[in-house]
Write a new protein. Structure first.
Length: 329
């Protein structure tokens, strides 16, 4: 469904050049649900805009939905659905009107657009809301309407840009089920960007991690987490015993990345559950009381920290800063 090679985008404005995307290769097969993960400014949105024909690549090539991205952008647009992060509904329009208009813009007859709209509102729990003004819809209802607008022409490849941003936990969970249903019941191929680690972990068959405009890792959530060497363990001990505790931890087989902060000793070990009995016995023999203990399995944030030296949660810079200036130039 997607085959991109060397896709790149450079922005130039006011004497400054920004390489937002630096030659990425992307392969997505039919029926996959692929997540595109990375911090703000990493190149996610620029890549998505290129793949959806909203931004012309500076270099590289791609086939999207069976059509050449550069030679046949209109063919790409006909074959894909796009659910933007901010949505695009008119607040004074009725829900049914919005869906029908979108269908007509894709070349459907009025009857076809009405039929598709009725099926989608039923599938997306929007039935009975045709006469509601979009500005009166809840956040979850608006996002489901955005999905309906992206699906009205029956595309087999759909792009989601941050699909659950701003939703409450219940609405997020509800939308996850609808997204899963698109693939399971209709065979739709899905490509989504997200900042939410739990979202990528729960939804995606495969994840692409982008940082600084380059793909730095890809694989299933489990295979990516397997790259992190072991479980993370934290133990709390009295301040006067922390040096002794750290020395004991250092003698545990397989323990590494040992660090001390205040009264907490942190380290990694291949199996936290099996290492703890040995550690407890050693601490007890040394008369070092354990005040607290936490063991956690590797997360996708740990993967990113291992790969890049920083956390996905730490990056707060503006998304694609160069893009704004370039659009104005």
């Amino acid at each position: 469904m997607i085959k991109a090679r060397g896709l790149a985008r450079r922005f130039s404005a006011r004497g400054r050049t920004v390489d937002a995307v630096k030659g990425v290769d992307i392969d997505v097969s039919a029926g996959e649900l692929v997540g595109f993960l990375g911090p703000n400014g990493a190149g996610k949105t620029t890549t998505l805009r290129m793949l959806t024909t909203l931004l012309r690549p500076t270099a590289g090539e791609a086939v999207v939905g069976g059509c050449d991205l550069l030679a046949d952008p209109l063919g790409v647009r006909k074959r894909i659905g796009y659910v933007a992060q901010g949505g695009g509904t008119a607040p004074e329009c009725r829900l049914g009107e919005e869906i029908e208009l979108q269908g007509r813009l894709y070349g459907l007859t009025k009857a076809e657009a009405h039929r598709r709209g009725a099926a989608l509102t039923e599938q997306l729990d929007l039935a009975g809301l045709d006469e509601r003004l979009t500005k009166t819809l809840s956040g979850g209802q608006r996002r489901r309407l955005d999905i309906a607008l992206g699906l009205v022409h029956d595309p087999k490849l759909v792009f989601f840009d941050e699909p659950t941003t701003g939703l409450d936990p219940q609405s997020r969970a509800n939308l996850w089920e609808h997204i899963r249903g698109l693939r399971a019941e209709h065979g739709v191929t899905l490509f989504l960007t997200t900042h939410y680690l739990d979202e990528a972990d729960s939804l995606c068959d495969r994840i692409l991690v982008i940082d600084n405009g380059q793909i730095v890792a890809e694989g299933s959530p489990d295979s990516l987490k397997a790259r992190v060497s072991g479980d993370g363990v934290e133990i709390g001990v009295p301040a006067e015993s922390v040096t002794t505790a750290a020395e004991i931890v250092g003698r545990i087989e397989g323990a590494h990345e040992v660090s001390v902060l205040d009264g907490t000793v942190r380290f990694r070990v291949p199996r936290g559950d099996t290492a703890m009995p040995e550690l407890l016995r050693a601490l007890d023999s040394a008369d070092v009381p354990m005040l607290s203990m936490q063991v956690h399995r590797p997360t996708l944030d740990d993967v990113f920290l291992t790969l890049t030296g920083r956390s996905l949660r730490d990056a707060e810079q503006t998304e694609e800063a160069g893009e704004v200036t370039a659009d104005a130039a």
